[in-house]
Write a protein that binds this ligand. Structure first.
Ligand code: 6GU
Length: 248
């Protein structure tokens, strides 16, 4: 997969050199390029913002540098312009659709993803209209709170997406039993020592009875989800529940 990230703070994205995502880059599983928006300005001050038409607080990102960098990225895209298959441009914004595990799975299927990190009050709207000629444009939020810019959101999204790409995560089986993969939160986990600070590991986990262990874990998932995330219980597909789940 190719990923391009455009930002006025490319140093924010240095964390993408670390851990599994960094390893995937070094192994060429991920072709991740970070672009400094200011490299696409032509004035002495490398200006990327200006005052908003219509008035109001704050500054708006100017269209010209964005047009230049996005045109470059579209031209370099491994997707041919004629295949009808456009690269996806994710525009992080608190006004976007909320990112979730299903969206991570969908975006992990893309051959080419780009992220346009806005700052200030946002990017001139015409940039998104222009970009839609070459990209499938997706305004995306990572939750109902406001960040100062898209960079931290991109770190979260690239990590969530990147770990779903074959060859990025060490053990693909660990993707199967994790929070949200079945619409439920993950069960609690324990390791040695068996007693710590006077607290015992639940006895069933030492029993060797795999049926009982599976039932114990499933019950913990259901209890946790009901108490912490009742909104997820409402969304559950009833066909994913078994006869024993209904007793929990
Ligand atoms: Cl993606 N960007 C910004 N600036 N704020 C956010 C966000 C994104 N998601 C939630 N808040």
């Amino acid at each position: 997969m190719r990923i391009d990230v455009v930002s006025i703070f490319p140093e924010y994205l240095a964390a993408l050199d670390l851990s599994l995502i960094g390893k995937a880059r070094r192994e060429k599983v991920l072709d991740l390029n970070v672009h400094d928006l200011r490299d696409h300005t032509h004035d002495r001050h490398r200006t990327v913002d200006d005052t908003p038409y219509g008035g109001g607080a704050g500054m708006v990102m100017k269209p010209e540098p964005w047009g230049a960098v996005l045109d470059r990225i579209a031209t370099e895209s491994p997707l041919s312009a004629t295949s009808g298959n456009k690269p996806i441009l994710v525009v992080p914004s608190p006004a976007g659709a909320v990112f979730n595990q299903a969206m991570a799975y969908e975006l992990a299927e893309a051959e080419h993803l780009a992220f346009a990190c806005g700052r200030y009050e946002g990017i001139d709207e015409r940039v998104l209209e222009h970009a839609a000629e070459a990209f499938d444009v997706r305004p995306v939020s990572i939750g109902d709170y406001v960040l100062n810019g898209g960079e931290v959101a991109v770190l979260a999204m690239v990590e969530a997406i990147g770990r779903l790409i074959p060859g990025v995560i060490g053990n693909p089986e660990s993707l199967v039993e994790e929070s949200h993969s079945d619409g439920l939160l993950e069960y609690p986990v324990y390791t040695k020592p068996g007693t710590w600070e006077g607290r015992e590991v639940p006895e069933v986990l030492l029993s060797g009875n795999h049926g009982k262990i599976a039932r114990f874990r499933r019950n913990k998932q259901l209890e946790r989800t009901a108490s912490r995330r009742p909104d997820l219980i409402v969304q559950l597909d009833p066909s994913t529940l078994n006869r024993h789940d209904r007793d929990t």
